[in-house]
Design a protein around this ligand. Structure first.
Ligand SMILES: [Zn+2]
Length: 73
């Protein structure tokens, strides 16, 4: 492989999380969840609205940010 090597070492390039289902409910308002945030302390799930509302706060500390808001359409 003579691909240019990246300086970034990616240990977990793909986190395999189960897709969110209708049974997953936003931790704040109880609407169907489309965003899962994996934190060191556990998972949180949010609807599209609250996921976006908390993104600035949680994204920097999230281990994984699973955004399925594209399913909303
Ligand atoms: Zn919500």
């Amino acid at each position: 492989m003579d691909k240019t090597e990246s300086n970034l070492e990616v240990t977990e390039e793909t986190t395999e999380l189960p897709a969110l289902t209708a049974a997953d409910r936003c931790d704040i308002c109880g609407a169907q969840a489309f965003i899962r945030v994996v934190l060191a302390t556990g998972d949180l799930v949010f609807c599209g609205h609250h996921g976006t509302a908390n993104k600035d706060k949680l994204k920097p500390i999230a281990i994984s940010w699973q955004d399925e808001t594209s399913k909303l359409s």
